[in-house]
Ligand binder design. Structure first.
Ligand SMILES: *[C@@H]1O[C@H](CO)[C@@H](O)[C@H](O)[C@H]1NC(C)=O
Ligand SMILES: *[C@@H]1O[C@H](CO)[C@@H](O)[C@H](O)[C@H]1NC(C)=O
Ligand SMILES: *[C@@H]1O[C@H](CO)[C@@H](O)[C@H](O)[C@H]1NC(C)=O
Length: 432
């Protein structure tokens, strides 16, 4: 009896071992397939980049396959994968040897992840309010916990990471309102957190960069509130009027027609979700083709000159192996423009389109060599410089969109350099 049992279990374990091997080999093949992407010369840590991009591509393809069997859009399924991944490395409130304790709370009804000092110094200290990236559609404070915790630890200061509402369920201006309301509430109650309200900086990456820039602008105009002490804009989105800047074309040369980490189709869909709260094929198509503005707007509006490619430094006017676009010949879809113009021209969505940049707070702008959104940050930095705002604009050779985080455990050398530069800038302007 005992012998038979053992035999049976041996047989079973043999089956599982082979099944596991087949699965493992399949997985390796799948990963190898996805990692076999073109990467340009000079990209930092190319193998880590490939692993990062492959992870994203696998998740979005699985999400697409799953969407065929449900009524959800693939981006919504993709978002739950991202949330699941963030959950699997659930932020711990306390970490051994660290002076920072995190907690989840609400500021004026907006959920935030708050990082506080366990042992405080006497008096009031500085703080940073962080707005995460994710194209206004994905991402969470949990996903960026490693980064925000590191900011708090390195600067030994309070950090507030805002869990703003996401599109498509909550299109513009929900995210912006959450960020503004939470930041104002934090300023009003700064003392309760042992923070000096005049030493609060804002920081954001990608979509969070647009939010941080908009919040800085509005607080500058708002009577009764001090300016933020600094704004750190990490490869920010700053406008929606030109989706075909030189960096976009260069990115096609570098990474191929499929796009880099995000495909062009996804980029169009994310933007449409944010602007309209739903998908509209015509709007998505126009956003991808850059025909979403009207010919008259591009020709006549002074706002259109804020994205004039000739403003960029000469080395950033390279279109790669593609023919430069003849903007004068570009068509415009008036029906699409009528649907989106009010939002797109609103500086709360496109902070680059604010007319008066004078007096805005000291700014750090990070742009990356291999980022299709590179010129957003470049245009913004140039406009601030013109208005004599103190600007530190760092351009990272070898960097790509997302290099700072949240790719952990993949750590990129360029991202580390950017992190150190951000810390140095914050120390200077928060008087740490
Ligand atoms: C933000 O605050 C303003 C003023 O207190 C309020 O009217 C508005 O409803 C708030 N917005 C959100 C999204 O909570
Ligand atoms: C960009 O600016 C230059 C110089 O002012 C001007 O000649 C050119 O027409 C502008 N381009 C567009 C597309 O408006
Ligand atoms: C621009 O903003 C600055 C600072 O807020 C202000 O002093 C100046 O008068 C404004 N300029 C115009 C033309 O509105």
């Amino acid at each position: 009896m005992g012998i038979f049992e053992r035999r049976a279990s041996n047989k079973q374990s043999g089956f599982w071992t082979s099944a596991a091997s087949v699965l493992f080999i399949t997985w390796i093949l799948v990963v190898a397939y996805y990692m076999n992407n073109p990467t340009p010369d000079g990209l930092c840590d190319p193998w880590k980049y490939r692993a990062f991009a492959a992870g994203k591509r696998i998740a979005s393809d699985v999400a697409y396959a799953a969407s065929l069997f449900t009524s959800l859009h693939s981006i919504q399924i993709f978002r739950s994968f991202v949330d699941l991944a963030a959950l699997m490395r659930t932020p711990h409130p306390e970490v051994q040897g660290s002076n920072i304790r995190s907690s989840v709370t609400t500021f004026d009804g907006v959920k935030v992840r708050l990082y506080e000092l366990i042992t405080r110094k006497a008096g009031l200290g500085p703080a940073i309010v962080f707005m995460h990236g994710g194209a206004f559609v994905i991402g969470s404070t949990a996903m960026f916990d490693k980064l925000t915790r590191r900011f708090a630890e390195e600067l030994d200061c309070v950090v507030v990471s805002i869990e703003y509402r996401l599109a498509p369920e909550h299109p513009f201006p929900a995210a912006y309102e959450d960020c503004l309301n939470a930041t104002k509430w934090f300023m009003d109650h700064a003392q309760d957190y042992h923070v000096d309200r005049s030493r609060i900086g804002v920081a954001g990456d990608s979509a969070g960069g647009a939010l941080a820039a908009a919040v800085s602008q509005i607080l500058h105009d708002e009577p009764g509130y001090p300016d933020v002490a600094l704004q750190a804009l990490i490869y920010p989105i700053t406008q929606f009027i030109d989706n075909h800047t030189p960096a976009t074309f260069l990115s096609i040369s570098h990474f191929g027609e499929g796009g880099s980490i995000v495909t062009w189709q996804e980029a169009g869909e994310f933007t449409c979700f944010y602007l309209l709260g739903r998908l509209d094929d015509r709007v998505v198509r126009a956003l991808i083709d850059n025909t979403h503005t009207s010919v008259e707007f591009r020709r006549d509006s002074p706002l259109a000159q804020y994205v004039n490619h000739t403003l960029l430094p000469p080395h950033m006017q390279d279109y790669g192996h593609l023919t430069p676009p003849h903007r004068k010949e570009l068509k415009g879809d008036d029906i699409v423009w009528d649907q989106i113009d009010e939002i797109v021209l609103d500086p709360r969505a496109s902070p680059l389109l604010r007319r008066n940049m004078t007096g805005l707070p000291p700014t750090f702008v990070a742009t990356c060599e291999f980022d299709p959104l590179r010129d957003h940050g470049a245009f913004y930095a140039l406009r601030l410089k013109d208005a004599r705002v103190p600007v530190t604009w760092e351009h990272y050779r070898g960097g790509f969109h997302g290099v700072l985080g949240p790719a952990w455990p993949l750590v990129f050398e360029v991202g580390e350099k950017m992190f150190q530069d951000l810390i140095e800038f914050a120390r200077e302007h928060l008087a740490i």
